[in-house]
Design a protein around this ligand. Structure first.
Ligand code: MG
Length: 120
């Protein structure tokens, strides 16, 4: 199996796919964000009405594993299109956010707690 593409390569493939179909005209920033939310909702829908523990078990096996994979991919692809449109370096933005979260949630105050940082 070959190595998976980088986020940059994936974005290039996605733009090529979009432009070959002349779909750029339908991809306003607003509609890309709306589509991201819809795909995230499809991911959420997979767990609807299922107890948390049952869903964890189901997610570890087919066919749910495949359905999760497909919806996660849909979310990522719209996120890449949004990042490309807005000039956001997703990997840097995510790395910055991890650092910011570490400052907001110091281990000594947040270990084992689900409390929001404003309440720590
Ligand atoms: Mg989908």
């Amino acid at each position: 199996m070959s190595n998976p593409p980088t986020l940059t390569e994936l974005t290039e493939q996605l733009i090529e796919f979009r432009d070959a179909r002349d779909w750029r005209q339908f991809h306003s920033l607003k509609d890309l964000i709306l589509s991201l939310s819809l795909e995230a909702s499809e991911l959420l829908e997979l767990s609807q009405w299922k107890p948390a523990d049952d869903f964890e078990s189901e997610a570890a096996n087919e066919p749910m594993q495949q359905r999760l994979k497909e919806e996660c991919a849909d979310v990522l692809l719209y996120l890449l299109l949004i990042a490309e449109r807005t000039g956001i370096d997703l990997q840097q933005a995510a790395a910055d956010k991890v650092k910011a979260n570490a400052l907001k949630y110091p281990v000594e105050k947040s270990h084992g707690k689900s409390t929001k940082y404003t309440q720590l």
